[in-house]
Design a protein around this ligand. Structure first.
Ligand SMILES: Nc1ncnc2c1ncn2[C@@H]1O[C@H](COP(=O)(O)OP(=O)(O)OP(=O)(O)O)[C@@H](O)[C@H]1O
Ligand code: SF4
Ligand SMILES: [Mg+2]
Length: 336
């Protein structure tokens, strides 16, 4: 990210701890640290890919940024038209303004649509709820957007059950797009779809981005999808950001051993039909009881005694690159 360019979105020290409650009185006995002190900036018009294995905190991060979850701590700033919105402090009317600027596309197009609402109602709802349009104007805006996502006018009165997975995701995209947002958080938007449909949806998202100068936070556990979509890559492990940098740099020269492990799992052309290799040996950690020192140390093939006791801090490693590994400047890691 260039130093001069101001970020559309800035996330500072973001934390989301879910309480673990036990017993009849539901006493809090600990916390799942799903997002732990994350800092990121996202430039207008770019795609920041957020990658990490299941449970690393990607969805929680996306939901906190959009205030679908209340963060435990931290700041989220959205800058549009010369105004800065302090997202965590927004209330009432200001929240409607924020919802017009920032939307989410969900992972599961089967679960995320209300089965009792037809396409017109589903896609029109954000316009109605946020006081943007109603009646004839609403219908016209919905019509325009469903054509943009590759659906047809005759689909307007149909209900979700009569659509395929890919079509349902197009409805989800239309619902996000209809309020003309600047920022879209797309949470695994293709992972529930057939491989044959995935490319269509990814290409649709790319086309819409260039047409409307959209900014994406694109979440996926699959480095191959991130590689296709992202301008910059943020790697999450156990609720923490462990590496961030321009796509090509992270892919060809990862600086964190966990990034290297994720890249090793990207299927090569010769192995496309084989099962994906595990990203890294061992299990992801228990977020309620994290390992000491570097949280990745029990699975890291480069770990030393220092890694077991000393927490690495995020540090700058050249233009736009940040990493948290004690040995980032001496390890020669393999990319793709
Ligand atoms: N509402 C919740 N209450 C309690 N714990 C939660 C809640 N939502 C998420 N978690 C926990 O937070 C951690 C991070 O979950 P999250 O869904 O953000 O991960 P993810 O990276 O999106 O994973 P996946 O790739 O499986 O979608 C997990 O341990 C999860 O169990
Ligand atoms: S700090 Fe140590 S354990 Fe952590 S990633 Fe770097 S080498 Fe591996
Ligand atoms: Mg998720």
């Amino acid at each position: 990210m260039s130093e001069q360019q101001e970020a559309l979105l800035e996330v500072r020290g973001l934390k989301k701890y879910f309480p673990i409650q036990k017993g009849f009185l539901r006493r809090t006995v600990g916390y799942v640290k799903a997002v732990d002190d994350v800092n990121i900036g996202v430039l207008a018009g770019e795609t920041l890919g957020v990658v990490g294995e299941s449970g690393s905190g990607k969805t929680t991060l996306g939901r906190c940024i959009l205030r679908l979850y209340e963060p435990t701590a931290g700041e989220v700033l959205l800058r549009t038209n010369g105004n800065t919105m302090d997202v965590i402090q927004l209330e009432g009317k200001e929240m409607h303004t924020f919802r017009r600027n920032a939307q989410m596309i969900f992972q599961d197009p089967y679960a995320s649509l209300n089965p009792r609402m037809n396409v017109l109602e589903t896609v029109g709802e954000p316009l109605l709820v946020n006081g943007v349009a109603k009646g004839k104007e609403l219908e016209e805006r919905v019509m325009k957007v469903i054509l943009q996502v590759g659906l047809r006018v005759e689909h307007l009165r149909r209900f979700p059950h009569s659509f395929s997975g890919g079509q349902r995701q197009r409805i989800g995209i239309a619902r996000a797009l209809v309020v003309n947002p600047n920022l879209i958080v797309a949470d695994e938007p293709v992972s529930a779809l057939d491989v044959s449909i995935q490319a269509q949806i990814l290409n649709l998202l790319k086309d819409l981005q260039s047409q409307y100068h959209l900014t994406y936070i694109f979440i996926s556990h699959a480095m191959s999808v991130i590689r296709y979509m992202a301008d910059r890559i943020a790697v999450m492990y156990a609720g923490k950001l462990v590496e961030i940098g321009p796509k090509q740099a992270v892919l060809s020269q990862p600086l964190h051993p966990y990034s290297e492990a994720l890249l090793a799992a990207v299927p090569k052309a010769s192995q496309r039909n084989r099962r994906l290799r595990m990203a890294s040996a061992g299990e992801p950690p228990d977020l309620a009881n994290l390992p000491s020192g570097c949280v990745f140390h029990p699975r890291c093939k480069y770990a030393t005694d220092k890694c077991k006791t000393e927490v690495p801090t995020l540090r700058s490693m050249g233009p736009g690159r940040t990493v948290s590994c004690h040995y980032a400047d001496t390890l020669k890691l393999e990319g793709i």
